[in-house]
Design a protein around this ligand. Structure first.
Ligand SMILES: [Fe+2]
Ligand SMILES: [Fe+2]
Length: 271
């Protein structure tokens, strides 16, 4: 395994339509400064999956000269077109992806000894309201585990999804359906960390699961829909042994504490 240091940017919840243009310009300057190996963006590219929002998202992403790994968020499915949401909820997201030529292939070793894998936590409909929370279908978890199991021996996985995986809030309310089982299964495998978004605050925590400890990393938002912290994104440094996280705080020029001490419960408040 190489010991060359490598850098990954983890962004989330840009929400084009409510994006923070100044924060995005700052991210562009950070990309030029740090020259990351790749960008991981964990969903909520748009506000309401409008065509103009997707065009803005595509335009920004296409202008970045960095390999990309993208995950779909709950805001990326049609909001005003229920028929399309039933028939083909991810069509607009797929179209955006298809127009990008720097997507990282599944299983590709993106950093020395590290590969990215996908865990889809977003579904178009569910038996509860609102439909914003996560739901990990059995086939989504099976696909993620198969991606991990197909990696070369010794390669560690960074699992990327949209919703944080904890299944229930402290008061018992359901958050990400299927999250507990997913966390246990991932902890049993060679998973370095789980990267997610959705809650618009950044965190770096270790969960105890029946399968062992599981590191959970959340990225904040680059939109105006902030929760308790300013716009931010994460820089992950990998030296072949450890993954070091620096959450970058837009309001303080990149410095200043921005990590929250617990996974926020539920999505960011609207608007
Ligand atoms: Fe979001
Ligand atoms: Fe979300």
């Amino acid at each position: 395994m190489s010991t060359l240091p490598a850098t990954l940017f983890h962004l989330s919840d840009i929400h084009f339509g409510r994006e923070d243009r100044q924060a995005l310009a700052w991210v562009e300057s950070e990309i030029a400064r740090w020259q990351p190996t790749a960008l991981v963006i964990t969903g909520d590219f748009t506000m309401r999956a409008r065509h103009r929002e997707y065009r803005a998202a595509w335009s920004w992403l296409a202008g970045l000269e960095v390999p990309l790994w993208l995950e779909v968020g709950n805001h990326d499915m049609p909001y005003f077109n229920p028929l399309e949401r039933i028939r083909d909820p991810f069509r607009r997201y797929r179209t955006m992806r298809a127009g990008l030529d720097r997507l990282i292939a599944p299983g590709e070793e993106v950093l020395p000894g590290l590969a990215l894998v996908s865990l889809q936590t977003t579904i178009p409909f569910q038996k509860r309201w609102p439909w914003v929370d996560g739901w990990i279908k059995p086939e989504a978890l099976a696909s993620c585990l198969a991606q991990i199991d197909a990696l070369p021996p010794g390669t560690q996985a960074l699992v990327c999804g949209h919703h944080p995986l904890p299944e229930r809030r402290a008061d018992g309310r359901l958050l990400t359906h299927g999250g507990a089982q997913a966390m246990e299964e991932l902890a049993r495998r060679n998973v370095l960390a789980v990267l997610t978004g959705h809650v618009h605050d950044a965190f770096d925590l270790v969960a105890d699961t029946p399968g062992g400890p599981l590191r959970m990393i959340g990225a904040g938002t680059l939109s105006h829909r902030i929760r308790s912290t300013p716009p931010s994104f994460n820089i992950l440094h990998w030296d072949g042994n450890g993954l070091e996280l620096h959450a970058r705080n837009f309001e303080e020029g990149g410095e200043g504490d921005v990590l929250v001490g617990a996974v926020p419960e539920g999505p960011a408040p609207s608007p």
